[in-house]
Design a protein around this ligand. Structure first.
Ligand code: EPU
Length: 416
């Protein structure tokens, strides 16, 4: 089994370039299925989840190939309405975007259950509701989802703010007859990225980034060239790493506005954060102090940064709290942090963390993707050596973490 061996205690310093956004890439890649065409997608992160997305595209007859280290050529002219293999669909969460895209293109789709990280139940009832309101007849069970019907513009009100539901509704609605209005839409930058991509392909979507999105249906989309936005969650990992190790990192190729909630909390905790046009410099030159975090949909504090902020609180002065409002069970990493000496007490969807002077090396697991990122940063801040197992979770979502951390002076190697 592959693992990372990390020896901590060295402040990280230097510059790191952020890759394209994982959670936009999945939607944009499957967005190429809405209509047949030739697409060139730039700034695609070369990560495990994207490799699976490429396999899924190929499984339905598309051509998908890397033409540069971060550029994909996709041709979806010869795609057919075959059911993608359940085993591949079950490997990644973003596979559910095939449902909206193929329903739009063929008027029917059959697809298994999506995968992704285990945070307790992750229902897709809002996706189904959106397809039904657009006019599809949907059946849903343990074998996945089947949807049939010619789609017509409608009003969709989401009962909760859902990133996946909003993007699937956009994919399905962009070639429906007439106007669709999505109310209580998610406002995440990846929602805006998907809208911009679809508009580049000829869709007529307005309001992405607000909670009301309007989609005027067009007969079909066409191929295009598109560049994916930078990954704010990857950027957040390096920002936290600077604060946790007492170093100074210039996080480059980012959109600082996307990171305002993270910047605000790091500043509150005592880190120094400077925003430039397309970079953020974080230095952890002072003792950090505890804070309170409540995860919320964008522009609130992102749930995907929650495990990383827990690491910081573990080595801050005082007692802080984290309230997780998005998922039922996103504290599975707390047991791993405790192995490193952290004082974390979880009670349902909240955690109370009392800082200790420093963490110490231990054998830990990446229990999911963002928890794995938190283990790397915890290990880099800790005294001694840490072994991180189950790193396939980390490599599903981060581009070359070993190389990027090494370039900042970290002692991290991959074995096995
Ligand atoms: N929800 C429902 N019904 C639905 C859809 C969602 O009840 O039909 C609930 C979920 O159970 C959850 C909340 O609504 O409690 C938010 O879920 P959302 O749909 O927004 O999340 P998602 O689409 O499943 C995406 C990202 C996640 C990220 C969330 C929130 C992808 C592939 N995944 O998930 O990313 O945490 O949005 O921002 O885009 C990660 O990258 O590590 C990750 C987990």
């Amino acid at each position: 089994m592959s693992k990372y061996i990390v020896t901590g205690g060295t402040p990280l310093n230097g510059r790191v370039k952020i890759s394209g956004m994982k959670n936009a890439a999945g939607a944009v890649i499957f967005g190429c299925l809405v209509s047949g065409g030739e697409y060139t997608i730039d700034n695609v992160p070369d990560i495990g989840d994207v490799s699976v997305a490429i396999e899924l595209l190929r499984s339905v007859g598309a051509v998908a190939e890397w033409i540069a280290p971060d550029k994909l050529r996709i041709n979806t002219e010869n795609v057919t309405d075959v059911r993608p293999p359940d085993e591949l669909v079950g490997k990644i969460r973003s596979s559910y975007y095939m449902a909206g895209a193929m329903l739009a293109r063929f008027g029917h789709v059959g697809i298994g259950m999506p995968g992704g990280c285990d945070f307790g139940s992750r229902p897709i009832d809002q996706h189904i509701k959106a397809f039904e309101q657009l006019g599809a007849v949907v059946t849903f069970g343990e074998n996945g989802l089947a949807a049939d019907g010619r789609l017509t513009g409608t009003e969709i009100y989401f009962d909760c703010v859902t990133v996946g539901g909003t993007m699937n509704a956009m994919l399905a609605a962009c070639t429906a007859d007439g106007m669709t209005v999505i109310a209580n839409a998610a406002r995440e930058p990846h929602v805006v990225d998907l809208a911009n991509f679809l508009n580049t392909c000829g869709a007529r979507i307005s309001g992405a980034g607000t909670n009301v999105i309007k989609i005027r249906g067009v007969p079909s989309l066409h191929g295009a060239e598109y560049r994916i936005l930078p990954d704010m969650i990857e950027a957040g990992m390096y920002m936290v790493a600077a604060a946790a190790t007492g170093g100074c990192i210039c996080v480059e190729s980012v959109i600082p506005k996307h990171l305002e909630a993270v910047t605000a909390k790091l500043t509150e905790m005592g880190a120094t954060v400077d925003e430039l046009d397309d970079a953020i410099i974080v230095s952890g030159d002072k003792q950090l102090k505890a804070t309170k975090i409540k995860t919320q949909p964008y522009p609130g504090f992102p749930t995907d940064m929650q495990p990383l902020i827990a690491v910081l609180m573990s080595i801050s002065r005082g007692t802080g709290t984290i309230q997780e409002t998005i998922y039922d069970n996103r504290f599975r990493y707390s047991e791993e942090l405790r192995r490193m000496g952290a004082n974390v007490r979880v009670n349902g969807k909240s955690a109370e963390i009392t800082g200790v002077p420093s963490l110490h090396g231990a054998s830990v697991r990446a229990v999911d993707l963002r928890a794995g990122a938190a283990m790397i940063v915890a290990a880099l801040s800790a005294e001694g050596q840490t072994e991180i197992d189950d790193i396939y979770h980390i490599e599903r979502g981060y581009v070359m973490p070993v190389e990027k951390f090494t370039s900042l002076g970290a002692d991290i190697r991959r074995i096995g």
